[in-house]
Design a binder for this molecule. Structure first.
Ligand SMILES: [Zn+2]
Length: 469
């Protein structure tokens, strides 16, 4: 198996390998910042660069919370640019219903009360979206199934609950969780009990510590997907909406016939076709000027909207519901968890589907950083949308963390033959490097596994294969 020569070497890094684990207390107690957007990095024409997975460098040991004394961040509700929190999308795919779970303040440990979610017969999957505001970091902390099984433990962890039976994570301003996200989990009808949670970082000197978010009400909405017989459909349609910033000198008017875009769509269609998914672009729009170069948040403790939030906010005037917004820029710069040049970014794993213009609601592709190569564009688009639909990297770059799916090979750090701190495509040839969601692009092939397809097709934002309209 040979790598493309030349070597547009593309490495995809992800920030989700920060301090894996579920913590041990109800309130977050570590001082490692939470996962930000999933940032994927392209390292062009250079040696492989080890991921810098310990950020920020000035994080110190745990600091005793002292809200009054050290609070130096204030909620920036205007910057969050949130929609009316009681607005629930109504333009939904057939078989999908939205359930408003409430707008409630969090308690003194940063958690909602138990939120009852009653799922109808033939439910195959659900997505919950937690809408808060900066500087909070939000997610679904607890999931109890209709059979009383604890699928997420109720720990408001600072990044990803890697050993929860159904994996959940946290993200700034807007959180989201999906079920199923993991092998062995299947959606059931009946009553689920969920808990939303949030925290924010406090700085004392050069040290940060997580503290419960109690600054204001937070809205949680669930989207429930049903299908005939309660079986995850074998096929589905992913509807995308493209936004052009001028990056790659592309505009909405000419993009549909641009060979880079056509080649990209051919590539991603082939990749997704393996798991029964078709990809369709349903709308083409231009953004306001000024977004060809987008700076990602360098400091995860920032209190307001990031450039990425402002980019995603460009979708707000267009409304919409069950489409995934994709933004094409020239470059994505920075990101505190990455080195090199960023090739793509996803708002979350999963992203807050059905909402548009809010933080985390979209993916961005750096067309110039990817050299305008249709294959790399297609793989990056497929990879980032894969994150948005709920897929993790089968192996993180450090070879120490893996996705929760049993049919994706793991490439552990023992494979790091050159001991550069990262497991590369060459080192993982038979261990998942050829998976589309591998942390590093560069394999001649890019596959999706059956379990990855099941998670994707369970996401309520994925439409049925046969459109009734
Ligand atoms: Zn990734």
């Amino acid at each position: 198996m040979s790598r493309r020569s030349a070597e547009l070497f593309v490495s995809l890094l992800c920030s989700v390998a920060l301090a894996w684990g579920c913590g041990s207390d109800d309130a977050p107690t570590t001082s490692t910042p939470a996962v930000d957007a999933v940032v994927d990095v392209v390292q062009d024409l250079g040696p492989e660069v080890a991921a810098d997975l310990t950020v920020p460098p000035d994080v110190g040991p745990d600091v005793a919370p002292d809200l009054d004394a050290v609070l130096d961040v204030e909620p920036d509700l205007d910057a969050a640019d949130l929609p009316d929190p009681v607005t629930v999308p109504t333009d939904l795919p057939p078989g999908v219903q939205a359930v408003h779970l409430g707008q409630v303040p969090f308690d003194e440990v940063g958690k909602s009360s138990d939120l009852k979610l009653t799922l109808p017969a033939e439910t195959v999957g659900w997505l919950a979206v937690v809408q808060g505001a900066h500087p909070g970091i939000f997610g679904i902390s607890k999931i109890i199934s209709p059979k009383g099984e604890m699928l997420a433990k109720g720990k408001c962890v600072t990044d990803v609950c890697v050993d929860c039976k159904n994996r959940v994570g946290m993200s700034p301003a807007t959180g989201a969780a999906i079920l199923p996200s993991s092998t062995g989990v299947k959606a059931q009808s009946g009553n689920y009990y969920l808990q939303s949670c949030g925290f924010h970082w406090l700085k004392q000197g050069n040290q940060y510590s997580p503290n419960p978010y109690t600054m204001g009400p937070v809205t949680t909405t669930a989207f429930v997907k049903t299908a005939a017989g309660g079986a995850v459909p074998d096929q589905g349609r992913v509807l995308l909406r493209f936004f052009f910033t001028g990056g790659g000198q592309l505009q909405a008017a000419d993009a549909p016939t641009d060979p880079r875009i056509l080649g990209m769509l051919a590539e991603v269609s082939a990749l997704y076709g393996v798991v029964g998914l078709t990809v369709e672009v349903v709308d083409w729009q231009d953004t306001a000027p000024g977004f060809t170069v987008v700076h990602l948040a360098e400091d995860l403790t920032t209190t307001g909207a990031s450039d990425l939030d402002l980019l995603f906010a460009q979708a707000a005037p267009f409304g919409g519901s069950a489409v995934v917004d994709v933004f094409f820029v020239d470059q994505l710069i920075g990101g505190s968890e990455s080195k090199g040049v960023v090739g793509g970014v996803a708002g979350g794993v999963p992203g807050p589907a059905f909402y548009h213009g809010i933080p985390r609601a979209g993916v961005a592709i750096a067309i110039a950083s990817l050299g305008g190569d249709p294959v790399w564009l297609g793989r990056t688009l497929g990879h980032e949308v894969g994150h948005f639909l709920g897929l993790w990297h089968p192996s993180e770059g450090d070879g120490k963390a893996f996705d929760p799916l049993e049919d994706t090979p793991q490439c552990g750090f023992g494979q790091d033959a050159d001991q550069d701190g990262a497991v590369s495509v060459a080192e993982c040839v038979t261990l998942g490097a050829n998976n589309l969601m591998f942390w590093s692009l560069g394999s001649p092939t890019a596959l999706l596994s059956p379990e990855q397809g099941r998670v994707q097709r369970s996401n309520p934002v994925v439409w049925p294969a046969s459109p009734p309209f």
